[in-house]
Write a protein that binds this ligand. Structure first.
Ligand code: CA
Length: 225
């Protein structure tokens, strides 16, 4: 049975969602506060989160960002609930990682359909979590990186940076894209930050530093064997 965490501070809507999702065969857990939501995510381990945008404690955008930044929870799909005119652009435009959104007032039938679509999409097989290039191996699930078979510790930023480049499969990513994907869109950083981390990452790659290519004036890309 799929588990759904409902985060909504309007109790009428919370109850309506709870009753209907249970009737549709889901196991639910409820909370009305953004900070509480982060705790419930860790304890309840939902398969999907229904997340209201305007919440006490921590707003929905912050909750979404926190869930998507945590390697233990980033895979959990999030369906945002917004009032008309709320910051839909930011939700979908800034790659916060929300999987979909619905605008209030919504039809409960449509909402349940969307939930089912997202959960079905999630069950499709994922690409292999293991990346290899010459003597380099990165196991993304285990966060294990090795050079010629010997483990080399990466910081979480280096891990995310390398994962983004690998996920782009040889496509060039600009420094700005990397800044927003690895550090978050509101990080007050500079292109130099990216360069510095790439330099450290290359150092850790030892003889295979060429795995990350610099595309002058454009950004970086990973070499594909
Ligand atoms: Ca609200």
């Amino acid at each position: 049975m799929d588990k759904i965490l409902i985060v909504e501070d309007e109790l009428d809507i919370l109850n309506l969602l709870d009753i209907n999702l249970q009737q549709a065969g889901f196991q639910t857990d409820l909370c009305t506060d953004g900070l509480e939501a982060l705790k419930r995510v860790e304890e309840f381990k939902p398969d999907l989160i229904l997340l209201d945008l305007m919440l006490p404690g921590l707003d929905g955008l912050e909750v979404c960002k926190a869930v998507k930044k945590n390697p233990d929870t980033f895979h959990i799909p999030i369906l945002m609930l917004t009032a008309r005119g709320e910051e839909v652009d930011r939700i979908v435009g800034f790659e916060l990682g929300a999987d979909d959104y619905v605008v209030k007032p919504f039809s409960i039938r449509e909402l349940i359909l969307r939930v089912k679509v997202i959960l079905r999409r999630k069950q499709e097989p994922l690409p292999s979590p293991i990346w290899k290039y010459k003597g380099l191996t990165l196991d993304k699930e285990k966060m294990f990186f090795s050079v010629d078979g010997a483990e080399v510790k990466l910081t979480s930023t280096e891990f995310k940076l390398l994962s983004e480049l690998i996920d782009a499969k040889g496509k060039v990513l600009s420094r700005e894209q990397l800044l927003s994907r690895v550090w978050g869109y509101d990080f007050e950083g500079y292109a130099r930050t990216v360069d510095a981390h790439i330099r450290r990452l290359r150092k850790k790659m030892g003889p295979y530093a060429e795995a990350i290519e610099t595309m002058r004036g454009m950004g970086y890309k990973i070499k594909v064997e």
